[in-house]
Ligand binder design. Structure first.
Ligand SMILES: C[S@@+](CC[C@H](N)C(=O)[O-])C[C@H]1O[C@@H](n2cnc3c(N)ncnc32)[C@H](O)[C@@H]1O
Length: 506
């Protein structure tokens, strides 16, 4: 990886990010190239970069004609054309839709589609050739995959390495539909530990192996390390979890298959959305500008009328129940717990502060340029319960009795009207290990072990149907809640767990 190290250290990091230039581990590239290239006459890498896949393909099948696309002349000049492939310095998505290949192998750029200038044209081409009308917000790698599937010859094989998130995400559903309807998917190989997958990035990823042969099921592998790739045997399907095509639903979260977690054994479960509404917290678009401490407010002489109380960092909230006293302590310690919420500019200090932001060109930042005026703040109701949007060991649920706002560091939980009186019971339920175990079945795990939850992941996860609780147990739960208010103590959570477990494991 000497050349890749040199490239990464000599190239501007924004350039690397803009083009999604993250290099596949050689052993992973070798495995993918070996699988696709045997028997192929024409092989394509749509995002060649350092040509790692093309180099290995040449080793495994020297007679195969190699083709590649690479949009960035800088990376092409740096790595050259070590496999003597026919390399085109062009945007893969814009040309060559009618050309077919027996093998396609790719680590596509993972950029969000919003960052792509010609996205409307690309969407039109995708629709023209595949008949699928994609959302303008689909990630670039899905569009690469769609085009490659379209270009695969009748006996073709395709290997892609892409983020695991698509298995559980809404935007992954149309592509999963295509893979299932056309019985294209041979196997998905996930890596539990993604640290070593790319030389210069940490992200979740899995290998998709696709071919057009007839098959009855899809093999899901969940490997501990890259070295286990040598044990993967697609012919006898050992060491994997096989799911028959007839049981595969595109709407289902496929991470379950990867983790081989079967439908929960628990009883009395309902979808969380039955009891709660989950939305994301406030996105400022420029925290440095909009998030304030007492001293910063004083320096800029900003009036109270434009200041809201708001939690900007989840680390500032230490306890499960966040009170007004907790808030005052943070404010007095000069923590950043205020949010600028300008509704009118009839004050000289506010005008100056806005001009300050414009001098820093904040008004040109993507999110802020979409707002009118750019400094206006999202108006969202204050949530009575927060849940952390990312976690490592346990999901943090916080009862917000301080009545303050929160940024996206927490998602907001609102209790549906019919269950408003049960708010503290629902909150107590979420604190328990058994509730968290059930919710975690809907999680996405990022490369560094961080678990991420989108509001939709929480909404569609399961929870205890709290209507089954006896009045006596409800009273016990509320008593425990009041004791927690006075004195936080983990033993209370154990007592709560015992109560709820009784109903879940009945
Ligand atoms: C994730 S890197 C993969 C590099 C190499 N194949 C590997 O796996 O190590 C993706 C490459 O695609 C290139 N790229 C980005 N957008 C592209 C596009 N629209 N058409 C062709 N290449 C593109 C990037 O410049 C980058 O070199």
């Amino acid at each position: 990886m000497k050349k890749e190290i040199e490239y990464t250290t000599t190239t501007d990091s924004t350039h690397i990010k803009e083009y999604g230039q993250y290099f596949t581990n050689y052993n992973v590239a070798k495995f993918m190239a070996a699988w696709v290239s045997t028997d192929a006459k024409k092989l394509l890498d749509p995002a060649a970069g350092n040509s790692v896949f093309l180099k290995y393909a040449k080793v495994f099948n020297p007679d195969c004609s190699l083709f590649g696309y690479e949009i960035d002349p800088h990376i092409l000049n740096f790595f050259g054309n070590p496999s003597n492939a026919s390399l085109r310095n062009e945007d893969y998505l814009m040309t060559g839709w009618e050309e077919k290949y027996d093998a396609i192998i790719c680590n596509p750029p993972y950029n969000r589609f919003q960052a792509i200038a010609n996205r409307t044209e690309i969407i039109k081409l995708i629709e023209k050739y595949t008949g699928i009308r994609y959302s303008r917000y689909t990630n670039l790698y899905i569009l690469f995959l769609l085009k490659s599937l379209h270009q695969l010859s009748e006996k073709g094989k395709l290997a892609y390495i892409i983020p695991t998130e698509f298995l559980n995400s809404k935007y992954g559903i149309p592509i999963k539909e295509k893979l299932v309807n056309e019985e294209l998917l041979r196997a998905i190989i996930n890596f539990k530990n993604d640290q070593d997958m790319f030389f210069n990035a940490t992200t979740t990823c899995c290998i998709l192996l696709i071919d057009k042969e007839k098959k009855s099921d899809v093999q899901f592998y969940n490997l501990d390390s890259i070295s286990q790739l040598s044990d993967v045997n697609l012919r006898n399907a050992s060491g994997c979890y096989s799911v028959p095509y007839k049981d595969l639903s595109p709407e289902k979260k496929w991470l379950e298959y990867i983790r081989q977690e079967q439908a929960s054994e628990y009883c009395n479960l309902k979808q969380i959305s039955e009891f709660c509404k989950i939305t994301r917290g406030i996105a400022t678009g420029a925290n440095d500008f909009f998030c304030l401490s007492k001293s910063k407010i004083a320096i800029h002489n900003l009036p109270d009328t434009v200041i809201d109380e708001c939690i900007c960092r989840s680390a500032d909230v230490k306890r499960n129940i966040f009170t007004h006293e907790d808030f005052v302590k943070l404010a007095d310690a000069d923590k950043t717990v205020f949010l600028l919420n300008i509704k009118s500019t009839d004050n000289i200090a506010i005008k100056e502060y806005i001009t300050n932001g414009e001098e820093k060109e904040l008004n040109k930042k993507y999110l802020l340029s979409c707002r009118n005026p750019w400094y206006s703040m999202e108006q969202k109701p204050i949530a009575p319960i927060w849940v952390s949007s990312a976690c490592r060991n346990k999901i943090r649920f916080i009862r917000n009795i301080a009545g303050v706002k929160s940024l996206t560091t927490f998602h907001s939980i609102f209790i549906n009207q019919s269950y408003k009186d049960e708010i503290d019971i629902i909150f107590c339920y979420f604190l328990t290990p058994i509730a968290q175990k059930i919710i975690r079945q809907n999680r996405k795990v990022l490369g560094n072990g961080l678990e991420k939850f989108q509001p939709n992941d929480i909404k569609t996860a399961k929870m205890l149907d709290i209507t089954v609780l006896s009045d006596e147990d409800k009273k016990r739960i509320i008593n425990i809640y009041h004791m927690m208010l006075d004195e936080p103590n983990d033993s209370y959570i154990e007592s709560l767990n015992e109560i709820f477990e009784k109903y879940l494991c009945a």
